[in-house]
Design a protein around this ligand. Structure first.
Ligand SMILES: NC(=O)c1ccc[n+]([C@@H]2O[C@H](COP(=O)([O-])OP(=O)(O)OC[C@H]3O[C@@H](n4cnc5c(N)ncnc54)[C@H](O)[C@@H]3O)[C@@H](O)[C@H]2O)c1
Length: 322
């Protein structure tokens, strides 16, 4: 029997790719999202695939709505991605707490009440503070977030642990850092992907942070969430997601190799990120051996190719560049 996946926030970047990944498995996807715009899914899949997705427009701050939708769908797997990103939490911390913390409680609570085995949810590298020394932090390193968003993600990790302690609900919190790829158009670290989009349009664009960061290709990120939901060990786990740690300039140089004319207007401005530039990710590899790792070169090339195809079809959304 195929699985039924409950995917919160799956109209967003990572969620669109998770939806694609579970559809490619032949499974059923139920997308629970506040928004009504499926453009990021359309960027990745044709109308036939999209027609196989069940959409529930709902708000994770409404616990009854979350539980009702999960029960009605008869879900077997839960991937919880709905959330407000760093700039939105900074602008409205109360809304950030309601969506990111209370919303996560609602998902955990509903899963526990339904007797589900496990919830996989998006934590973040933002649980860490600025880098301390050269060594990438592992999961035992101190957590001193410098943003409300990071504090909320840290709270979610604690709450997931208590749900396992008190009721045996297993969970995996995955901590990506800078996710890139088609669909990444908002958040503190979306600039490198917007630069790829700007290059295929030949438009100027400044990435608003500098220095090095850990780049996670979105297809690999989605695979990590899906595989964790299918085969993570019992317990309340939190795993760093390590990709490729390079300077933002290296990304721009790689874009320029593939799109030399269009990349001429790309630049970098702004400070380094207030989180470590690299995460130690071996615990996830040990827990879930065989996760895919797309090279930076291939990830950037695939992203540029898809952006060109969308541009040529007149469907490239440019709101992040405007
Ligand atoms: N993108 C990254 O680099 C990155 C890094 C670390 C962690 N994360 C986390 O991964 C998750 C997904 O990230 P993303 O880049 O896909 O985000 P995104 O901003 O592209 O998508 C978030 C989705 O959540 C939905 N949402 C917001 N509030 C909601 C609510 N109250 N009820 C239901 N849905 C709601 C939005 O409509 C949107 O579709 C988030 O929790 C984010 O904090 C992302």
């Amino acid at each position: 029997m195929s699985n039924t996946w409950f995917l919160t926030g799956a109209l967003g970047c990572i969620g669109a790719w998770v939806t694609k990944t579970v559809l490619d498995r032949g499974d059923r996807a139920v997308v629970f999202d506040l928004g009504g715009d499926a453009r990021r899914l359309r960027d990745l899949m044709d109308e036939e695939a999209l027609a196989r997705v069940d959409f529930v427009q709902g708000d994770i701050t409404d616990g009854a709505a979350v539980r009702g939708a999960m029960e009605a769908a008869g879900v077997t797997q839960v991937v919880h991605l709905a959330g407000l990103q760093v700039p939105f939490c900074k602008a409205d911390p109360a809304a950030g707490a309601r969506v990111n913390v209370l919303g996560t409680i609602h998902v955990l609570e509903a899963a526990a009440a339904m007797g589900l085995q496990r919830v996989v949810y998006a934590s973040s590298a933002a649980v860490y503070g600025p880098p301390e020394g050269e060594t990438p932090p592992d999961e035992s390193a101190a957590l001193e977030p410098t943003t409300h968003y990071g504090v909320f993600k840290r709270a979610n990790e604690g709450n997931a642990r208590i749900y396992f302690q008190d009721g045996g609900l297993s969970s995996v919190g995955i901590r990506p850092l800078t996710v890139y790829g088609v669909g990444r158009d908002q958040g503190m670290t979306s600039g490198p992907t917007s630069a790829m989009k700007a290059a295929v349009l030949g438009r100027p664009f400044e990435v608003a942070f500098s220095g090095a960061t850990d780049f996670n290709y979105v297809a690999d990120t989605a695979a990590a969430f899906v595989e964790a939901a299918l085969r993570a060990p019992e317990g309340a786990h939190v795993f760093n997601l390590h990709g490729d740690s390079v300077q933002v300039q290296h990304i721009l140089d790689t874009i320029a190799r593939f799109e030399p004319e269009g990349a001429k207007g790309l630049g970098i401005t702004g400070p380094e990120l207030p989180i470590p530039p690299a995460l130690e990710g071996s615990a996830l590899e040990r827990a879930l051996p065989g996760l895919p790792h797309t090279s930076l070169e291939d990830g950037i090339r695939e992203t540029l190719d898809r952006f060109r195809a969308l541009r040529d079809a007149g469907r490239l959304d440019t709101r992040d560049l405007d």
